[in-house]
Design a protein around this ligand. Structure first.
Ligand code: NAP
Length: 243
């Protein structure tokens, strides 16, 4: 595989598991230097060590709970200390709590909004100065098919992904003139711990793999030429097309 990201720095939130680990591995495979963040320092250490061994890359970690509004500043401070550079920010960390919308507690609502929508905004805002110094700066937000539909039993999660879609649309317009591309990658069911909790009804053999999402992230991050891609929506192959 070509090391097309050699010399570039990528920050991945939620890199301690699931889709985020696959995204980090896909960038490492292309030679990128990494800053990995998540809540579990042990898992971050394991992922970083595995990527160093497999791909001979630099991988740093910073443990942060993105439900805390002060955490994004600590993440960006760690990034500055390690690299003082950023080319790609992947806002992947997310949390999904199942439940009927009208039975959602204030705590559940606030937590999902904080991690799934506020943290991407704060990380993007705080990373902007570094991103503007890159000659090809990209923000990739990991949305969901729930950002486009109403899903019963996933109310607050659905609302938080709608919020992420809205802020992605605005950021893409506001940052275009600053030379920063902003994209949304919106998957359906992917084989991670999150889906087994939210959709135990889906046959596990039909789920996408985290690597499928990671390849879509790589596609938008590496886009060149005059093609503009706003969003990539990925759904299970067994889904009804165009629905
Ligand atoms: N799986 C799916 O079917 C699916 C479908 C559409 C969209 N997505 C989206 O894809 C993204 C990744 O989901 P996943 O399926 O990989 O889920 P996952 O396996 O549950 O992983 C979630 C990641 O987010 C991190 N995270 C959760 N809460 C956090 C917090 N408060 N602060 C910092 N990090 C936090 C976790 O870190 P720790 O483990 O260290 O706490 C973990 O690394 C999410 O945005 C999700 O909404 C998933």
């Amino acid at each position: 595989m070509q090391r097309t990201m050699q010399g570039r720095v990528v920050l991945v939130s939620g890199a301690s598991g699931g889709i985020g680990t696959a995204i980090a591995a896909a960038f490492a495979a292309r030679g990128a230097s990494l800053m990995l963040t998540g809540r579990s320092q042990d898992r971050l250490d394991e992922v970083a060590e595995e990527l160093r061994q497999r791909f001979d890359v630099v991988a740093e970690t910073v443990c942060a709970d993105l439900a805390d509004p002060a955490a994004p500043a600590r993440v960006i401070a760690a990034l500055r200390a390690a690299y003082n550079r950023l080319d790609v920010l992947v806002n992947n960390a997310g949390i999904a709590l199942p439940g009927a919308l009208c039975r959602t507690s204030v705590e559940q609502w606030d937590l999902q909004m904080a991690v799934n929508a506020r943290a991407p905004l704060l990380l993007s805002s705080l990373a902007l100065e570094l991103l503007q110094q890159s000659d090809d700066a990209v923000i990739v937000n990991i949305g969901s098919v729930v950002a486009h539909k109403g899903y019963a039993g996933q109310g607050a999660y659905t609302a938080s992904k709608h919020a992420l879609l809205g802020l992605t649309r605005v950021l893409a317009k506001e940052l275009q003139q600053l030379g920063v591309r902003v994209h949304l990658v919106s998957p359906g069911g992917v084989a991670t711990p999150m889906i087994s909790e939210m959709r135990p009804d889906i046959d596990a053999s039909e789920l996408m793999q985290p690597e499928d999402v990671a390849e879509a992230v790589i596609f938008v991050a590496l886009a060149r030429g005059n093609a503009l891609v706003d969003e990539i929506e990925l759904r299970r192959r067994s889904s009804e097309p165009w629905k």
